[in-house]
Write a protein of this length. Structure first.
Length: 330
């Protein structure tokens, strides 16, 4: 349901209108203000509100810089203004990632309006900030900016900022992917609970009534449900466990793969239940209340098999992926 709520769009305004409105600030009246914090989590307004505030601040800084330098008709200002217009359009259609990309581009364009001392100050801050980047990015920035500010140019500063912004974009893209996959897992679990706890029992009672056949089918449905729960728990654990600086494989970001991993957990649970029923797997039980113990054992076995089955599928996928060429872009 959250995906449906986040997919609505606000009517766009034309490119020509945006170009004229960015200068006088009237486009802000067309953008919806962020919702109050207590409702932000539901509508996805936290990310929107953060981008909105950064957009307003950056817009003010760029226009202040152009007015202070008396460069209202300079090429850099027109370029930054164009990127700001793209940010406003991204806000209107709730394209948060696209908005951040354009906002960073507008800030890089504004570097061309700085004087030599301002360039050196920015280079000093950027040099320290980029120490936290991955090895190759930090090395590239250090080579571009040098060890001191004697040879800093606008082009080198812009390229260094682009390297930093690309790293930030990759990190936040991974976070969005993880959030989407976790949301999909929650949806799958909710659908499985609805299917196996409500729909399947109703259909079985309607078709067979309450007899031995219905009880057997219902037991298998419960086992499949707990297998799906175990697989979903395993998949969520692997998604949450991904470090922010690691490259997420495409098979993890793919929704079909996530669904398949969960379904295989249900299949593994049914297989484990059959092993338990056939006696291949034997677990001693207490003589007290054996009926309830048998049910609990079957469901616990289903959960474990679902968890282990998903892990097995993920391990096989990792083994196959070892032959893939490594991507060093992140």
């Amino acid at each position: 349901m959250c995906f449906v709520l986040l997919s609505f769009q606000i009517p766009r305004i034309g490119v020509a209108e945006m170009t004229n409105d960015v200068k006088n600030g009237s486009e802000l009246t067309e953008l919806s203000r962020p919702w109050k914090q207590r409702r932000a989590w539901f509508w996805g307004e936290i990310a929107y509100g953060r981008l909105f505030r950064e957009y307003e601040g950056t817009r003010t800084e760029i226009y202040s810089l152009a007015e202070r330098k008396k460069q209202g008709n300079a090429d850099w200002f027109k370029l930054a203004e164009s990127h700001l217009g793209n940010v406003a359009r991204s806000l209107q259609c709730r394209d948060i990632e696209g908005g951040w990309s354009e906002l960073h581009a507008s800030r890089r364009a504004a570097v061309l309006g700085l004087n030599a001392d301002e360039l050196k100050n920015r280079a000093t801050v950027l040099r320290e900030e980029c120490r936290k980047l991955s090895t190759w990015r930090a090395t590239a920035v250090m080579k571009l900016l040098g060890s001191d500010n004697s040879m800093v140019s606008a082009d080198c500063l812009i390229l260094s900022m682009e390297i930093r912004d690309e790293d930030a974009a990759n990190r936040y893209h991974k976070i969005w992917l993880q959030g989407e996959q976790l949301g999909l897992l929650c949806l799958l679990v909710a659908m499985a609970l609805l299917l196996f706890l409500l729909i399947v029992p109703v259909v079985l009672l309607w078709r067979f009534g309450w007899n031995a056949d219905a009880a057997g089918y219902f037991a298998v449905a419960q086992v499949a449900l707990f297998g799906i729960l175990g697989a979903a728990f395993s998949a969520a654990q692997s998604l949450i466990g991904f470090p922010s600086n690691a490259r997420i494989p495409e098979r993890v970001a793919n929704q079909f793969v996530t669904v398949s991993r969960t379904v295989f957990g249900g299949i593994s649970a049914v297989a484990g239940y059959e092993f338990l029923q056939s006696g291949i797997i034997q677990i001693p039980l207490s003589s007290l209340n054996k009926g309830c113990a048998n049910i609990s054992l079957a469901l616990a076995t289903a959960f474990i098999f679902g968890y282990a089955g998903e892990r097995l599928v993920a391990k096989v996928a990792n083994t196959v992926a070892k032959g893939e060429p490594k991507d060093t872009s992140s």
